[in-house]
Design a protein around this ligand. Sequence first.
Ligand SMILES: O=C(O)CCC(=O)C(=O)O
Length: 291
Amino acid sequence: MRELTQSEQQHHADEVAKQGYSIMEGAIDRDFRSALLEEFEHLEQVRPGGDLAPAPFSGYVTRRWFDVLNDGDIWQRVATHPWIMAVLPKLLGDGFLLSTMGTAIIGPGEDAQPLHVDDGVYAFPRPHPNLVCNTMWAISDFTAESGATMVVPESNNWDHDPVLNEKYDAIPVEMPAGSIAFVLGTCYHGAGKNATDTDRVALTINYCSGSMRQQENLMLGVHPERMMTFPRELQDILGFKICKGAGHLFATDPRSEMGRHYGPGNPDDPYLNRRSALHSERVKRKTRQES
Ligand SMILES: O=C(O)CCC(=O)C(=O)O
């Protein structure tokens, strides 16, 4: 896949700042989409109907699977899509985190979701710095009829969160299958009504600033041994990367300690080497003192 140019990256960051959302077409190629569709079939077999019971907000005929980093390896690629990774630092700053990832497969007849914001969970008075950015992955076409995400353009710049069931001028984020839309945490949005007779197939992959708590408890949900096999970029956004001094273990990169307990890790990793060198030094000192 080609890289996003600097000016494309800036364009998306500017669009998001201005209107709350931005669409990247051609972000998911045919093979990637087919592999995702296969993964959904697998998930349907092992956890039929999704991980959430039918409910008004998350939907009655909507299938949402979570904790997917324990499922197929394809989710590791999803979490670190290069175009998303290129734009997010401009929106959430360095050290941003993966907050939650899941499917949003909206069945025929599902009503529109109430308009909401994704950073309401933090209850910060607005305006505030960007805390959250969602990415909506269109695996099938997003149209007004199929239930494309509805957004209220420029609501990201308003000074209050939406009032439940109030009427707002929302428009559908129409985009062809294979597109990904950024939706800022402060932008009023919600899934549209699916008035077709087929599923609207999507992923919702949500990121937050490195200073915020992740929505999904990813550090507890994935076994450390498995996390140590993940690419470094994914480990970073799970919380292994120190952000403004926060997130360390023994005042150093947590991978060192995790590698010691749950290796193999990367034997060339300078942090790991430093940590194990310090550890053997301590053991030697202790043995000397005891003898
Ligand atoms: O599925 C969509 O279009 C929007 C999803 C969303 O906003 C949510 O689940 O909170």
